[in-house]
Design a protein around this ligand. Structure first.
Ligand code: FES
Length: 236
C-alpha cells in the first residue's frame, strides 16, 4: 500500500506508510498542537499536547508516536484529548515565568502561541518558580533555563543529530532540569553548531549575537494565528 487513507476531524487525509498521525496531519495542513515533536527528531511522546482520540479506542493517544492506519478516524478536539492537552500545558506553565511580556522570545515563542491556541494563559496556574540563574558566560549562546518546559528537543538534537550530548536531563534538588553536561559549554564537548538554539521552542536557549538560524520550521509555522490568517485555512 503506497498511501494510507484515514480521517482527521472528518477531513480525508493520506499518509505515507510509516508516517505518524501528526506527520500526516501537518503535511495535509492540519494543525495538531505539539511541542516536544520536531521535524528532524525522533518523537519522544513526552509533552502529551498532541493528544487525539481514535474511534473505537479507549482514552487518548499521542499522535506524534502513533502511526496512521487505513480507515482510522481521528478526532483532535474530543473532550478527553482537549482535557489532557490543557492539563499538560498547565503543568508546563507551573515552573515557567508568568509574564511573557519582557521575554526576548515574545511573539516568537511556541509555548506562547500554543497557550493562545489551547486557551491556557498560565495566569491561573499555581506557580513553582524554577530557580535557575541565567548563564551568559558563553559568547554565542545564552541559557535562561528557568524558561525551560522540558520538551527535550535540545537534548535530543545534541545527542541524536549531532552525536555530542552537551545537554542532558538531570534531577537537581528533586526537580528535573536540562543542564550543561559539564561545568561550562566549553567543557561539555559542545561544537557550537547552534542546533539547540534552533530547536528550542521557548526563550530558554538563545542566540547572543545573531549567528544561528532561528526561523520557525514548517511544522511550527502552522500554528494558527489568532486573526484567521488565510495561510491557515485548513486548520480545523
Ligand atoms: Fe506528541 Fe509531545 S508532540 S507528545
Amino acid at each position: 500500500m503506497d498511501k494510507i487513507k484515514f480521517t482527521i476531524d472528518q477531513h480525508e487525509v493520506y499518509a505515507k506508510p510509516g508516517q505518524t498521525i501528526l506527520e500526516a496531519a501537518l503535511d495535509a495542513g492540519i494543525y495538531i498542537p505539539h511541542i516536544c515533536s520536531h521535524d528532524n527528531l525522533h518523537p519522544s511522546g513526552s509533552c502529551r499536547l498532541c493528544a487525539v482520540e481514535i474511534e473505537g479506542r479507549e482514552g487518548v493517544i499521542a499522535s506524534c508516536t502513533t502511526k496512521a492506519e487505513e480507515g482510522m478516524k481521528v478526532t483532535i478536539h474530543g473532550e478527553k484529548a482537549d482535557k489532557v492537552r490543557k492539563l499538560s500545558l498547565e503543568l508546563m506553565f507551573t515552573p515557567h515565568p508568568e509574564e511573557c511580556v519582557g521575554c526576548p522570545k515574545y511573539l516568537k515563542c511556541q509555548l506562547q502561541a500554543l497557550s493562545q491556541y489551547v486557551g491556557i494563559s498560565g495566569s491561573g496556574v499555581r506557580h513553582r518558580a524554577n530557580n535557575v540563574a541565567a548563564d551568559n558566560r558563553n559568547k554565542l549562546m545564552l541559557h535562561e533555563m528557568y524558561r525551560c518546559v522540558l520538551c527535550g528537543r535540545c537534548v535530543r538534537v545534541c545527542e541524536e543529530v549531532r552525536g555530542v550530548g552537551a545537554l542532558v536531563f538531570k534531577k537537581v534538588n528533586g526537580q528535573l532540569r536540562v543542564v550543561i553536561n559539564g561545568d561550562s559549554m566549553e567543557n561539555s564537548d559542545c561544537r557550537f553548531c547552534g542546533a539547540c538554539v534552533e530547536v528550542c521552542p521557548t526563550g530558554s536557549i538563545r542566540d547572543q549575537i545573531g549567528v544561528f538560524n532561528t526561523d520557525l520550521p514548517r511544522q511550527e509555522s502552522l500554528i494558527p494565528c489568532q486573526v484567521g490568517c488565510p495561510a491557515h485555512i485548513n486548520v480545523p
